[in-house]
Write a protein that binds this ligand. Structure first.
Ligand SMILES: Cc1cc2nc3c(=O)[nH]c(=O)nc-3n(C[C@H](O)[C@H](O)[C@H](O)COP(=O)(O)O)c2cc1C
Length: 170
């Protein structure tokens, strides 16, 4: 089955080289997030790329000591600029919008030869303070990114397609 190589290759990377991410590479990754779809095209996001080592260390602490948060050369804090908009189906749009943007960024990162890891295990109040998120906005997820070390864990197992999909009925 032919699947986009970026999708097929992507795994969560938690072991990063001590190597900077060039500015143009980071810009393309952020641009991929910018191009993601969002409900009503509201684009309710702000991507704060944290490169400052002190701030990354603080984010590591806020993430209950997850070392990959401190060791990744860039942590993109994916934040909301609107937390209220509900779609006609009654669901909040921002978790979906921001997740899609993060997916696009992850795939662009693979294309650029980088590894990523989504991190949601953090104290949001602390994370907000570190990157000065305005009152009432939220830090939805952190995307740690950088060049992975040579030895990566293999692909994670997934449930078989027959178990997670069906046609015309549940
Ligand atoms: C919503 C979400 C939250 C996650 N939170 C964390 C986290 O806090 N820390 C972490 O190391 N990985 C986190 N992950 C990464 C998952 O553990 C990982 O995607 C999953 O085990 C599948 O592995 P793979 O990404 O290598 O395919 C998260 C992933 C998602 C999608």
């Amino acid at each position: 089955m032919e699947i986009l190589p970026e999708i097929a290759k992507r795994v969560s990377v938690r072991d990063f080289q001590d190597r900077e991410v060039p500015g143009d590479v980071l810009e393309r990754i952020l641009e991929a997030g910018r191009l993601a779809p969002s409900a009503k095209n509201r684009q309710p996001w702000r991507f704060v790329a944290v490169t400052d080592p002190e701030k990354r260390k603080l984010l590591e602490k806020a993430s209950f000591g997850q070392e990959h948060v401190g060791s990744a050369p860039v942590v993109v804090a994916c934040c909301t600029t609107n937390i209220e908009y509900r779609m006609p189906n009654g669901q909040l749009s921002y978790p979906i919008d921001i997740s899609l943007a993060a997916s696009f960024m992850m795939l662009q990162a693979v294309r650029e030869g980088l590894g990523t890891c989504i991190v949601t295990t953090y104290d949001e109040t602390q994370a907000r303070e570190i990157i000065t998120v305005p009152f009432s906005m939220r830090v939805v997820l952190l995307l740690a990114l950088g060049y992975g070390k040579e030895k990566e864990a293999g692909l994670r197992e997934r449930l078989p397609l027959s178990r997670v999909s069906s046609i015309d009925h549940w």
